[in-house]
Structures are given as structure tokens and as C-alpha cells.
Design a protein around this ligand. Structure first.
Ligand code: CP
Ligand code: NVA
Length: 298
């Protein structure tokens, strides 16, 4: 939401350039002399490991700071922590529970803060996802992505990314699990300039029709364990499986941000089958991190 369509496109282009260089064994000195903090309130495999590796590959230094090891755990305010980080580091990657924590980190650290997931958004994931679609399909404009599942942080960011890219996004979710209204409104505004379209439905088979991409995420996000039983009931029928793949375009690509819960939001067969680009998508987290780091801190 903080970048323009042109900036979004520039990050994708830079991601491709840096991927090509790194694949050739080069170490672009984009972050030379810079120290980047990684503040994590929640677990992470991909975002943590890919950003840490990306920072090192771009010749910077990464400092991983799980919040459980900081005075934050004993109640020190975010704003006091942020002021300290502002003095020690050149940039910050943060994975937090509440979006307002991201805003506080921005305000009190004075640093560029890269959101590595919060309750509302997962922007670096969406950049990785659109980069992957670009690699697989060669173009973005006019392509159809069907998002099947929870209107959560990943869905909110995908709405913006698809809007920036001029794609058609159809979200199939049960009633009551809508994407965030602010994100929907912003994506609709962006879509007016790019030719993208946005559709929200309760019908996964309708969304999947002729889709170029079938995308899903876990039904139960981190911190939602108390709602698990209800959500498992509500999301019955919102699974990516062979039936849904059969309704999509012949060369449909199946995507998932991971971690995946097999036989819930996606079947083992769909995840491991010939349509899946999930492992390429996962690898691209590191290159998307490079693109994002270059844009904000390079
Ligand atoms: N996709 C993603 O953000 O995964 P992690 O939770 O492992 O970082
Ligand atoms: N929606 C999931 C994404 C995990 C990468 C969560 O917030 O837990």
C-alpha cells in the first residue's frame, strides 16, 4: 500500500536482475556496510531464512532478534525498542502480530521497515508470488488468479499486488471471512488505473473457472488456534484439489505461500503434482527479499 504501481513493477524487475546475478555466483554489493535487524514476534522458516540469506548475499549483515529474547517480552514499549534500533541499524525487517506495531516501528526508529507479515498484510510474500507468476507465465496483465480460502493477510496483499499488475483476482471465501475492507478499497482504486478486476464470491468452482493460477493459504493463521474447530468446519469445500484444478485453465499453476497443511486447504496431490509451482515460489522468497532490500535500503 506504501508503493506505487511503477515502484511495484520496478521491484519485480530488480528481483529478476538480482536473481540472474546471484545465480551466476555474483555477490552484488547493494547492502555493503549496512546492518539490518530482523525483529520477529512469530515463528518463520521462509521469511526469516530468505531475508537473512538475501542480506548476506547482498553484502550486508543481518541480526536476528526474536522478540522473546528482548525486553519487549517483559513489557518494554515498542516505541522505546524502536528508538534504540534506530541508533543501531540501517534497516529493519519485522514480523509482528499487530499492524500498529509496524507503524510504531516506522515512527520511532526512523528506519525503513519491511513488513515480514502482520495480522493485516504479507507484502513481501505477494512480491515473491507475482515475481513467480511472471517467471512461469511470462506476463501478468490479464491473467486470472483464483484465491481459494481465508481472506487473510496473504489475501489482502495479493489483492494489492494483482491490482498493481493488471490481473484478475477472484477470491472464493466463506461468508464472514472477507479480505480487509481497507485493502479491498485500495486495490479497487489501483485496479481502475491498471485494468485489473476484483471479484469476491462464496463459490470456489466459479472462482477457479479458467484460472491461470490457483492460490491458497492455511485456514488457520498464526495466533488463531482458539478458532481452529470453527474454521475447520467453515472452510469445508474450500480446498485446492484435483477437482478444482480440472476447472481451471489447462496449464494452471498451483501456488501456496507455505507452510501447507496437507488434506486441509490443499491435497498432497495438488501440492506435489505437475501443476504445482510451490517450491519455485518458495525459493523465490530469497530473490524477492533481494529486490525489496535493494529498493528500500540499497
Ligand atoms: N510464507 C511464509 O511467510 O513462510 P514463513 O512463515 O515460514 O516465513
Ligand atoms: N496467513 C498465514 C501466513 C503464514 C506465512 C499466517 O498469518 O499465519
Amino acid at each position: 500500500m506504501d508503493i506505487t504501481t511503477d515502484e511495484f513493477t520496478a521491484i519485480l524487475k530488480k528481483t529478476a536482475e538480482l536473481k540472474a546475478e546471484i545465480k551466476k555466483g555474483k555477490q552484488p554489493d547493494v547492502l555493503k556496510g549496512k546492518v539490518v535487524a530482523m525483529l520477529f514476534e512469530k515463528p518463520s522458516t521462509r521469511t526469516r531464512a530468505s531475508f537473512e540469506s538475501a542480506i548476506l548475499r547482498l553484502c550486508g549483515k543481518a541480526v536476528y532478534l526474536p522478540s522473546a529474547d528482548l525486553q519487549l517480552k517483559r513489557g518494554e514499549p515498542v516505541k522505546d525498542t524502536a528508538r534504540m534500533f534506530g541508533g543501531y541499524f540501517d534497516g529493519l525487517v519485522a514480523r509482528v502480530y499487530q499492524h500498529k506495531t509496524i507503524r510504531e516501528l516506522v515512527e520511532f526508529s526512523g528506519l525503513s521497515v519491511i513488513n515480514g507479515l502482520c495480522n493485516k498484510a504479507h507484502p513481501t510474500q505477494a512480491i515473491c508470488d507475482l515475481f513467480t507468476i511472471m517467471e512461469v507465465k511470462k506476463d501478468l496483465k490479464g491473467r486470472k488468479l483464483a484465491y481459494i480460502g481465508d481472506g487473510n493477510n496473504v489475501c489482502n496483499s495479493l489483492l494489492l499486488a494483482c491490482a498493481h499488475s493488471g490481473m484478475h483476482i477472484s477470491v472464493a471465501r466463506p461468508e464472514g471471512y472477507d479480505p480487509d475492507a481497507v485493502f479491498l478499497a485500495e486495490a479497487s482504486k489501483i485496479a481502475k488505473n491498471t485494468g485489473a478486476t476484483i471479484e469476491i464470491t462464496t463459490d470456489p468452482t466459479w472462482a477457479a473457472k479458467e484460472a491461470d493460477i490457483l492460490y491458497t493459504d492455511t485456514w488457520i493463521s498464526m495466533g488463531e488456534d482458539a478458532e481452529k474447530e470453527k474454521k475447520l468446519r467453515d472452510f469445508q469445500g474450500y480446498q485446492i484439489n484435483e477437482g478444482l484444478i480440472g476447472l481451471a485453465a489447462k496449464d494452471v499453476s498451483v501456488m501456496h505461500c507455505l507452510p501447507a497443511y496437507r488434506e486441509l486447504e490443499i491435497t498432497e496431490q495438488a501440492l506435489e503434482g505437475s501443476h504445482s509451482v510451490v517450491w519455485q515460489q518458495g525459493e523465490n522468497k530469497m530473490y524477492a527479499a533481494c529486490g525489496v532490500l535493494d529498493f528500500f535500503l540499497g
